[in-house]
Write a protein that binds this ligand. Sequence first.
Ligand SMILES: Nc1nc2c(ncn2[C@@H]2O[C@H](COP(=O)(O)OP(=O)(O)O)[C@@H](O)[C@H]2O)c(=O)[nH]1
Ligand SMILES: [Mg+2]
Length: 376
Amino acid sequence: MKSEEKNSKNYDPDWKPKNAGSEFAVKVVKGIENSGSKKNTNKMNTRTADLSTSDFVEGVLRNDRTILARTITLIESNSQKHNEKAQAVLQKLLPKTGNSIRVGVTGIPGAGKSSIIETLGLYLLKQGHKVAVLTIDPSSTVTRGSILGDKTRMEQLSREENCFIRPSPSGGTLGGVARKSRETMLLCEAAGYDVILIETVGVGQSEVTVRSMVDFFLLVMIAGAGDELQGIKKGVIELADALLINKADSGNEARANIAKSDYSNALHYLKPSTEGWITKAHTCSALTGNGIPEIWTMIKKFSEITKNSGVFEKRRKEQSLQWVFGMVEEALLQNFYNNDDIKKSISEIKSKIINAEILPTSAASMLLDSYNKIKS
Ligand SMILES: Nc1nc2c(ncn2[C@@H]2O[C@H](COP(=O)(O)OP(=O)(O)O)[C@@H](O)[C@H]2O)c(=O)[nH]1
Ligand SMILES: [Mg+2]
């Protein structure tokens, strides 16, 4: 792997099947990581330096997969120089974005998210769609692109010419990971992918983040495991547009149906995630494919209903605003907490707060006052 990486700009992803030949279409372009290795950064510089903004733009528009992957690497870079170029590319591509249905898939590890994406993805390709699969995993700072630690699940899908799979960007906060994924989503749309599937790891905040970037949100569950065991909170169920009880196969069908009716009952008392749409529970099997075409029928129906009512467009607009202010908040917080004077004040004030020598409100005022002084 090492020498292969050295000699080629692209390398095969971890999940490439052992005996796959040239029909294996997916390549991964090495991204910028928090590995501390200068070598990587230099490599990135030489690789991107020879491409102009219009090279990137035109490459993405004609769905040149290598250029698309390189453009994603460019937006994932943390360097200021790359960032400016990335923004210029995105700005030019903006009119070509938005023409897709964006679907988020969440659920605990092992529920079958990747398997469902693979079965659904293959089905969609047969229907003539072009499918991009992204993953969001804020914890994958060093794994360099294994899909949420599961290397085998999308073997078939990753061989397909009309499918583009991009693992979670590495490094940084959830906000940083989400920004990169949002921009990657736009690039994929500009390249003509009309279904974007985003897999998330269920680690609290990431579901909320993915909900804020998709049109339709699927929650994958398994029968027989209690809610607590599945780490599924009421709040997460309320984010979902559909609940999928997966693995309804191999003698597990009856339990899946019981879970389905349990959740259906519970859903009556919860607020639906999308205005004008009733969230329902369904069973499916990624293994046999049962219930998978129905997921797509449901998503199409959802799209039709929400587009007619204006809810679809309204949500996308709100998401854009949320995105902007989310980035502002993230930048402000970083600016505050990374400031040396503030760091010093915080460490001084901490013990006073803990020992109840000072009121929390006064402590907050003091910190903000000193921040305002630094800024003025
Ligand atoms: N029997 C059965 N097993 C499944 C099904 N879907 C996934 N699995 C298995 O469950 C495990 C976890 O699946 P995976 O897709 O990696 O889950 P993820 O962590 O949610 O992405 C794997 O061993 C799959 O083969 C299904 O529909 N039926
Ligand atoms: Mg997975």
